[in-house]
Every structure is written in C-alpha cells, then in structure tokens.
Ligand binder design. Structure first.
Ligand code: NAP
Ligand code: MG
Length: 403
C-alpha cells in the first residue's frame, strides 16, 4: 500500500462507553490508522476511568480541545442511580457532554446523513434539517426546590454593587408544590446567535429561530431580541448568500418544519434542541445517521455521533450474541474532525481522505449493505443485514481499493 497521509496537527480523541466504545476502536483500527499518520491525543472517558480520576479526565479532555482546536468524542454514559450500582461508581458523575459544552461554551449542530435508499419517515423532507442547540443554561443549570409546606417563593436579585435588592413573588403556596429557578446570560445567547448565523452562512441555508415570546415575554423575548440584533449585523452577507433569517413562534416553527422540504438550520433553545433533535433524527430514519458537532464561538470543534452508547446492543454483545449496530454516525464523527483538521491545516489531501470515506460509506448502503436499523426502513427493501463488524470491514475493503 502507498504511504500514509500525514495529518499536520493533533486531534483530541475522547473514548467512551459500551457498544460505541467497541465501534470506536473498530473504526480507528480499520478505517483511520492504516491510512493516516495522525497524532491523536487520547483521553479515556470510559465510565470507570472517569470514576478513578474523580472526573478530572473530562475537564482535561475539554481543555485539550481548547488547545488543539479539534476533538472527536465517543458516546459516554451519563450515570443515573442504576448506573452507579451497575458500575460501582463513587458518585453520580455529571454528564461529560454537559461539562465539555460549558467549558467550550459552544453550540451543538446536528445534521442527518442523507442516503438515497433510506427515505425519511416524513416524506416531504428532502434536504437535511440541521438543528442548532444552545448548549448553556436554562433548565440544564437550574435550581429546583420541593415545597413541602405553605409559604411564599420569590426570586431575589442582589446587585454586586451593593444597590437595592429586587424581589419578585413566584407563588403563594397553600400546600405542596415545586419551584425552579433558571438563568441564561447575554454573552452566551449572543455567541449562540453568532455561531448559528456563521454556520448558516457556511452551509448556505436559511436560519430559523423559534421561541415562546408570547408567553415568556422577558426570558424568551430576550433571546428573540439578541438574535434580531445579531441577524441585523449579518444582513448583507445573508442577502449575498441568498439566505434568510426568520423568527417564528416555537409551535409555528414545529409545524413549518414538518411541512417543509428541509434545508434549513433551526436554532433552538437548550431544551427545545434536546427534544427536537431526537424527533428530527427519528424522522430522518435512524439515530445511527445523525451527526453532531459542538462549535465554540472562537472556532473550536468537537465531533460526535448524536446517539448514546446503544446499551441494549452492548448487553447482547456481552452475552456473546452477534450485533448489528450502525457505525455510520461514529464514522462521520471521525471524518468530520479529520476534514476540519485538513481545512484548518490547509492540507487538501487530508480533507479528500475524509470525503472519500464518507462517500464509500454512503455508496455501501446504497449498494444494499447496511445494519439492521437501516434494513428495516430501506427502500427498495434489502433481504439481509450486516453485523456491526461486517459493515466496517466492507467499508475498509473498499477504502483499500480506493486509495
Ligand atoms: P442510545 O444509545 O441512543 O440508544 C437508544 C436506542 O436507539 C438503541 O437501543 C437502539 O434501538 C437505537 N440506536 C441508537 N443508536 C443506534 C445505532 N448506532 N445503531 C442502531 N441502533 C441505534 O440511548 P440509550 O440506550 O437510551 O442510552 C444509553 C446510554 O447512552 C446512557 O447511559 C446515556 O447516558 C448515554 N448517552 C450518551 C450520549 C452521548 O454521549 N452523546 C447521548 C445520549 C445518551 P434498538 O435497541 O431498538 O435497536
Ligand atoms: Mg436528548
């Protein structure tokens, strides 16, 4: 075989858990390392290693992405009480994605991979619907309180300059209930808006932003106003690119998206993005076809698959049963990072390698070789599915031939 392609600068590699960890190593060993001379800065975010390091490894990994600019991440377990028991953990460690997102202050963009013989469940969708999810604040940084006796809940703001406090009554409780306090910051919302405007420009797609400012006049209204201000600044560039910025009520946005052909970037507040991205992923066919990239306002990138560790398949694998887990979104996480690295390093041969792998993956599915999740929705139908490793082996063989 010919010489390996040299990747100029390092990529941060973040390992993860369960079925995706198995897939991760297959991809790396069969599709990446045989072809690229690449400096991978490795961080093991497998749950046991996070536990051993008291989760310091997660912070180190995020800081490495800050330093080198590009990371790739395998799916990781966010432990709940059952997982603490299952893996005998010291505590219920925080979501690694949450930790990394707050260190990079980034926006998550999720984009489906479109394959001809995998038609979306929503027949009208022809082009990708990219979801831009705000990755800071709201209910993900909330404070909650269970009220267990009658009393009054208030919001109190204490100015740092010693000025007068402001207090607002939330509710006079007559009995049990719940309260929640949450926040966001202008700087985070502004960089979210800027990231979305930039990403829309780079992908040449319209940008939609939906919120509920009719009900939440201050909180959601604040988001709407910041978006409008930032959109005003890029108006000329949008016009030149032939694209538009639209503000919609969130429920209207949902209805319009369902009726559309796709082909827009839909900017969502944190919770809306969490929910809507799963709906859009499922609408496009499979979670195994949804890619995800975290982009920070200063241009750092972290690529991953949108799905989790596919734990049900992993338990089958542990029992010694064959699995048919889709590796496509994980492969595209690798190629997304490699292509971006090549773009930033100005090494077109590296970008070209990544695009070649992506095209071969799509071609393989279009030739009728696919995992079970895709077989169930393929049109025209196929009669058999590939096992996890079989699919990756097929792509590897084709890649050997192509290069
Ligand atoms: P999941 O891993 O996304 O899987 C949910 C179901 O979706 C699977 O059981 C499978 O359905 C299907 N699926 C997802 N990805 C697939 C793929 N690549 N190929 C084929 N089918 C796929 O979610 P989960 O099982 O609810 O969560 C497992 C763990 O992942 C949790 O501990 C959670 O904390 C973690 N998680 C991590 C991330 C992340 O790191 N980014 C994101 C979400 C969840 P069938 O079983 O019906 O085949
Ligand atoms: Mg979610």
């Amino acid at each position: 075989m010919s010489e390996k392609i040299k990747v100029k600068n390092p990529i941060v590699e973040i390992d993860g858990d369960e079925m995706t960890r198995i897939i991760w190593h297959l991809i790396k060993d069969k599709l990446i390392l045989p072809f690229l001379d690449i400096d991978l800065r490795y961080f093991d975010l497998g749950i046991k290693h996070r536990d051993e390091t008291d989760d310091k490894v997660t912070v180190e990994a995020a800081n490495a992405i800050k330093e080198f600019g590009i990371g790739i991440k395998c799916a990781t377990i966010t432990p709940n009480a059952a997982r603490v028991k299952e893996y005998d953990l010291k505590q219920q460690w925080k979501s690694p994605n949450g930790t990394i997102r707050s260190i990079l202050d980034g926006t998550v963009f999720r984009k489906p991979i479109i394959i001809k013989n995998i038609p979306p469940a929503v027949h009208k969708w022809k082009k990708p619907i990219i979801i831009g999810r705000h990755a800071y604040g709201d209910i993900y940084k909330n404070i909650e309180y269970v009220v267990d006796k009658p009393g009054t809940a208030e919001i109190v703001f204490t100015p740092a300059d010693g000025g007068e406090k402001t207090s607002l009554k939330i509710h006079d409780f007559k009995g049990r209930g719940v309260v929640m306090g949450m926040h966001n910051t202008e700087s985070s919302i502004r960089s979210f808006a800027q990231s979305c405007l930039n990403y829309a420009l780079s992908e040449k797609v319209d940008l939609w932003f939906g919120a509920k400012d009719t009900i939440s006049k201050q909180y959601h209204g604040f988001f709407r106003d910041v978006f409008a201000e930032e959109a005003e600044k890029t108006k000329d560039m949008f016009q030149k690119a032939g694209i538009q910025y639209r503000y919609l009520l969130i429920d209207d946005a949902v209805a319009q998206v369902m009726k559309s052909e796709g082909g827009m970037l839909w900017a969502c507040m944190n919770y809306d993005g969490d929910v809507m991205s799963d709906m859009v992923a499922t609408g496009f066919g499979s979670l195994g076809l949804m890619t995800s990239v975290l982009v920070s306002p200063d241009g750092k990138y972290e690529y991953e698959a949108a799905h989790g560790t596919v734990v049900r398949h992993y338990y089958e694998h542990l029992k010694g049963n064959p699995t048919s887990t889709n590796s496509i979104a994980s492969i595209f996480a690798w190629t997304g990072a490699i292509a971006k690295r090549g773009e930033l390093d100005n090494t077109p041969e590296v970008v070209n390698f990544a695009r070649t792998v992506e095209n071969l993956v799509i071609q393989t599915v279009e030739d009728g070789i696919m995992t079970k999740d895709l077989m169930l929705i393929a049109d025209p139908p196929v009669s058999k599915y590939a096992l996890t490793e079989e699919f990756i082996n097929t792509v590897a063989e084709r890649l050997q031939k192509a290069l």
